[in-house]
Design a protein around this ligand. Structure first.
Ligand code: FES
Length: 102
């Protein structure tokens, strides 16, 4: 199993918010869904939009470019679950959000 890498401070990402982070050389989108943190690839499968700049509603993020919607807990497209962006394990330690990307 790969290592967990620091993405950001948990206090910097309130519930309902999303952020982009470079984690272990990968562009990752981080989400706070009611106090639980999730991480998926930052790159939308449609045209590469930045999912960490999207709009989070419950567990779904809407891509800021053309409004495709993704379940941040699984990486699945909400309209077509056969489309899936990578999702990554997350843990919080000492107030830091850590993501395992490899
Ligand atoms: S790039 Fe995400 S919906 Fe088009």
């Amino acid at each position: 199993m790969g290592e967990f890498h620091r993405a950001l401070a948990a206090a910097d990402l309130p519930p309902g918010q999303c952020a982009e982070a470079a984690v272990g050389g990968k562009a990752v989108a981080i989400f706070n869904v009611d106090g639980r943190f999730y991480a998926i690839s930052n790159t939308c499968l449609h045209r590469g939009g930045p999912l960490g700049q999207g709009m989070l509603s419950g567990p779904s993020v809407m891509c800021p470019w053309h409004a495709w919607s993704w379940d941040v807990t699984t990486g699945e497209n909400t309209a077509n679950p056969e489309l899936k962006v990578p999702s990554y394990p997350v843990k919080v330690e000492d107030g830091q959000v850590l993501v395992q990307v490899d």
